[in-house]
Design a binder for this molecule. Structure first.
Ligand code: ARG
Length: 284
């Protein structure tokens, strides 16, 4: 089974668990001595896979939180739109997935102090540039499921986005001519166009901040999370972590390119387990 299929299988297990947890008001507890982080690992440099391991800026932040608590970090990787529901259902103690603080989400979870100031951008073909939001009105706009990019398309453009399970698969769909333009957070967008001379990104369309989310009503845990983030920020360590993982994500992307070139897609309708799904432009 390839990594994506495993992830899809994981996501359905998660959905079932969420339904169970809501029905029974009972959630699986963390193994003693561990703390669980939930994320969606197609978002370099914040979280991405190196082999089977999930790595990135958010992982480093959560490792520092786990260390402060004297616990070992366990990571769960689910679809992005399951991250907050799974946190609420008690599947994890920390959610860190480049999660933008929004008013809507603040009603559901508590957020730490922000650790990144960022925003979303268009990813476009240089032959078909997009700079201002309105230019995408009436166009097919690809986004990752459940993200602020999807909100932007609905709220600012007044239309439904085309949904994908990662920024990279939305981009692959644009290359395959299935969408006109993609919207994603600027850092993963930069990672996606690396080594793609025919594509570019726009200026920021929004200003957003990322924070760690926890289930509401845990002031002690929130205080620890904030203390760790403040210390990482104040000591300059946060900037080091960002630089280090931005460089590592770039190196990983170049390695991926080499692999993709060696094994071009060629599988239609893109269901074979060994097919390179990103290169095929598969939506799901
Ligand atoms: N910042 C955006 C949001 O909160 C996108 C985050 C996507 N994160 C991810 N790990 N895929 O909606």
């Amino acid at each position: 089974m390839n990594a994506k299929l495993i992830r899809i299988a994981l996501a359905s297990v998660t959905a079932a668990t969420v339904a169970f947890a809501e029905g029974e008001a009972k959630a699986p507890a963390a193994v003693p001595g561990t703390i669980r982080m939930i994320t969606e690992a197609t978002f370099p440099p914040y979280e991405f896979r190196q082999g089977t391991e999930v790595v990135g800026i958010d992982v480093e932040i959560c490792k520092a939180i786990a260390k402060e608590l004297g616990k070992e970090l366990k990571i769960e990787d689910v679809e992005f739109d399951s991250v907050i529901p799974s946190l609420i259902a008690g599947k994890a103690e920390l959610a860190a997935a480049g999660i933008t603080v929004t008013e809507d989400r603040k009603m559901k979870v508590d957020f730490s102090h922000p650790y990144v100031r960022t925003g979303i951008v268009f990813i476009y073909a240089k032959a078909n540039p997009f700079e201002k939001g309105e230019e995408a009105k009436g166009k097919r706009v690809g986004v990752q499921n459940g993200t602020t990019s999807a909100d932007f398309v609905r709220e600012q453009l007044g239309q439904e986005p085309e949904m994908f399970d990662s920024p990279a698969s939305a981009f692959a769909a644009m290359k395959a001519g299935k969408v006109d333009v993609v919207i994603a957070d600027i850092d993963p967008a930069k990672a996606v166009i690396k080594g793609e001379p025919d594509y570019d990104i726009s200026e920021l369309l929004t200003v957003e901040e990322y924070a760690v989310a926890i289930k509401k009503g845990q002031p002690e845990l929130l205080a620890v999370v904030n203390k760790v983030i403040d210390e990482l920020d104040g000591s300059g360590r946060l900037d080091e972590i960002k630089d280090e993982w931005t460089a590592k994500a770039e190196a990983a992307a170049s390695a991926e390119e080499v692999k993709a070139a060696a094994a071009p897609c060629g599988c239609v309708p893109c269901t074979s387990a060994d097919c390179n799904k990103a290169a095929c432009g598969c939506a799901k």
